[in-house]
Design a protein around this ligand. Structure first.
Ligand SMILES: Cc1cc2nc3c(=O)[nH]c(=O)nc-3n(C[C@H](O)[C@H](O)[C@H](O)COP(=O)(O)OP(=O)(O)OC[C@H]3O[C@@H](n4cnc5c(N)ncnc54)[C@H](O)[C@@H]3O)c2cc1C
Length: 485
C-alpha cells in the first residue's frame, strides 16, 4: 500500500516492526523479501520522493559541495524517488570476484567479514531480482562463434577472459510497484524523507519523516534499515552523531571515510588480431560483455589491484608505428589486425582521506548538506598501468599483437577523473568495532536495532558494478532480520 505524505490526509504517527528508509534496489529488496519470509511483520518504507522523477527542488535536496582533488556531481549521480537510482542505471552486472573479499593490502583492505561462498545463494536471488536469466560468468560456456572472437589465454598464467551480464535494466520503481501496492504487510510512505532521529541508549527509538510539502510524522520501529544510497547513508549517520548518539559504529573514525567510486583509464592502444569482441554483444542467453582480467594468481603475486579491460575499435590513424609490428621473428606480422583502444575499469584502493563531511550549509529541509572529498590514490593508476604494460608483453609473447603504453600523468588523471555513480565504502562492514561501521550482519556497531543496506557497507570494491552485490546483501539482510525477528 502507498500513502503519500504530501496529501496531508493520513499523517498520524506510526509504529512498525521494520522501518526501511529509502526505496531503491536495496530498500525494495529488503522490504519485499522480509514480507515474503515473515508474513506477519509490519513493514514501513519511508521514501523521500514520490512515484514520479524528482522536481528540480527535490533533487536540490541532494546538492552539496565537491571539495576533493577529483570533482564529483552529487545530484546527477543519484535519483530521489520511488525506485531510487535504478530509474536511470545502466544494468551492467557482475558479482564481485572471490579475491575481492580477501584481505589485500594493495587494495587498502583488511578484507570482508564474509566470503563469496557465503553470498552464493544471495547472488542467485539477486539475478532473479535483476531479471538476469544466466548466472554463469565463465566465457568457456559461450557459443562457439562468440568464444572464437576472444583471445585464447590458455597458454597464459597472467590473464583470463571473464563476462559481464546485463539487467534489462530493471527499474525497481516500475517493476516492483504493484508488489508493494498489493502487499498487506508493507506501507510505503511517499514524500517521506527521514529528517530527524531520536535514540534511547543503544536503540534508535523514532524517526521523523517529512518533505518540502511541510507535513511530518514520527515512526517508532523495532528495527530500522538505512537504504538511502552510499552518500545519504553517510550523511544521516553523521547527523545521528551530530545529535549526540555515541554508539561505537556512529562515533567510529571509519564512518564516512573511505568513500570510493569506480573510474576508468585509457592506458594505451593495441594492435591485435582482427574482430576480437570485448564489448557488449548478444549472447544466446542474453546480452554479455567479455572482459580481460588478470588471473587471481597474477593479482596476488604482483600485488595488483583488481581491474578489467574492454577493447574499443579505433580509427586506422591510431595504428601503431610500423616498428612495433614488423618483428616477423616474433611471430606477429601486423597483418589482418585491428587497432583497439583499451578501456580499463579500476578497483579503487580504500583511501581514508576520501570522505563525506557535513557542511555548514543546510538544505530546504534544514539538514546539513554534504561536503564530499573524492580523493583517488595515485597508486590506483600506477597499478592499472602496470597491468596494461604486462598485458602488452603477454600478447607479444603469445605472438598475437603489440601494444603501446601511453605516458601516465597522474595529476591530470585525478583532475579529469569521472566517477561512475557507485557510492561505496562510507559505512564499511567489519568483523570488529574500530575496523568499520557495521558488523557482518550489517548492524551498526554499538546499536541494538540499526542496519545499513547498500554499497556504503562495501569494505573493498573490485571492479564490478555494485548493484548486483547490493541486492545480494539486501536479500541476505532480509533473511537475517526475519530469522532473528
Ligand atoms: C547513470 C547511472 C548509471 C548506473 N549504472 C549502473 C550499472 O550499470 N550497474 C550498476 O551496478 N550500478 C549502476 N549505477 C548505480 C546504481 O544505480 C546504484 O548502485 C543503485 O541504484 C543503488 O541502490 P540503492 O538502493 O542502494 O540506492 P538508490 O538507488 O540511490 O536508492 C536510494 C533511495 O533512498 C531514497 N532516499 C534518499 N534520502 C532519503 C531520506 N532522507 N529518507 C528516505 N529516503 C531517502 C532515495 O529517494 C532513493 O529512492 C548507475 C548509476 C547511475 C547514476
Amino acid at each position: 500500500m502507498f500513502t503519500n505524505l504530501a496529501d496531508g490526509r493520513n499523517n498520524a504517527n506510526r509504529q512498525c516492526d521494520l522501518l526501511i528508509l529509502g526505496a531503491g534496489p536495496a530498500g525494495i529488496t529488503v522490504a519485499l523479501e522480509a514480507a515474503a519470509k515473515a508474513p506477519g511483520l509490519r513493514i514501513i518504507i519511508a521514501e523521500a520522493g514520490g512515484l514520479e522523477p524528482p522536481s528540480a527542488d527535490e533533487l536540490a535536496l541532494y546538492s552539496g559541495e565537491s571539495a576533493g582533488s577529483s570533482r564529483y556531481s552529487l545530484t546527477t549521480t543519484r535519483l530521489r524517488y520511488f525506485g531510487g537510482t535504478s530509474g536511470h542505471w545502466g544494468g551492467w552486472c557482475r558479482p564481485l570476484d572471490a579475491v575481492d573479499f580477501a584481505a589485500r593490502p594493495q587494495a587498502g583492505s583488511t578484507g570482508w567479514p564474509i566470503n563469496k561462498p557465503e553470498l552464493a545463494g544471495h547472488y542467485a536471488a539477486a539475478h532473479r531480482w535483476l531479471e538476469i536469466p544466466d548466472d554463469n560468468y565463465d566465457p568457456d560456456r559461450l557459443e562457439t562463434e562468440l568464444r572464437d572472437k576472444l583471445i585464447d589465454f590458455s597458454s597464459s598464467d597472467w590473464f583470463q577472459n571473464r563476462l559481464f551480464h546485463f539487467s534489462p535494466p530493471t527499474r525497481f520503481g516500475t517493476r516492483y510497484r504493484d508488489a508493494i501496492e498489493q502487499s498487506s504487510s508493507i506501507e510505503c510512505l511517499l514524500n517521506a524523507a527521514a529528517i530527524d532521529y531520536s535514540y534511547s541508549a543503544n536503540r534508535l527509538s523514532s524517526v521523523r519523516v517529512g518533505g518540502l510539502h511541510g507535513h511530518q510524522l514520527d515512526i517508532q520501529a523495532g528495527r530500522v534499515v538505512i537504504a538511502m544510497g552510499g552518500l545519504e547513508c553517510a550523511r544521516h549517520l553523521l547527523l545521528m552523531r551530530q545529535r549526540g548518539w555515541a554508539a561505537s559504529g556512529i562515533s567510529s573514525a571509519k564512518l564516512a571515510h573511505g568513500f570510493a567510486d569506480h573510474f576508468g583509464l585509457r592506458p594505451g592502444i593495441l594492435q591485435l588480431q582482427a574482430d576480437r569482441i570485448y564489448q557488449r554483444t548478444a549472447g544466446s542467453q542474453g546480452p554479455v560483455m567479455p572482459i580481460i582480467t588478470p588471473t587471481p594468481e597474477a593479482l596476488s603475486e604482483q600485488a595488483w589491484q583488481n581491474t578489467c579491460m574492454l577493447l574499443d575499435i579505433t580509427p586506422a590513424a591510431d595504428k601503431l608505428p610500423s616498428g612495433y609490428t614488423s618483428h616477423q621473428a616474433l611471430g606477429f606480422s601486423g597483418e589482418d589486425t585491428w587497432t583497439y583502444s583499451v578501456q580499463m575499469i579500476l578497483e579503487p584502493r580504500t583511501n581514508e582521506n576520501s570522505r563525506v563531511e557535513l557542511s555548514g550549509q543546510t538544505d530546504a529541509l534544514g539538514l546539513p548538506k554534504i561536503k564530499l572529498f573524492w580523493e583517488i590514490d595515485p597508486r590506483d593508476y600506477q597499478s592499472a598501468q602496470n597491468v596494461f604494460t604486462r598485458f602488452t608483453h603477454e600478447i607479444a609473447r603469445m605472438g598475437l599483437g603489440r601494444g603501446q603504453v601511453k605516458p601516465l600523468d597522474i595529476t591530470l588523471r585525478q583532475r579529469s577523473a569521472n566517477g561512475t555513480a557507485h557510492h561505496m565504502g562510507t559505512a564499511r562492514m567489519a568483523e570488529h568495532p574500530g575496523e568499520g561501521v557495521v558488523d557482518r550482519n550489517l548492524k551498526v556497531f554499538g546499536t541494538g536495532n540499526l542496519y545499513v543496506a547498500g554499497s556504503a557497507v562495501f569494505p573493498s570494491f573490485g571492479y564490478s558494478n555494485p548493484t548486483m552485490t547490493i541486492v545480494a546483501l539486501a536479500h541476505r539482510l532480509a533473511e537475517h532480520l526475519t530469522d532473528t525477528g
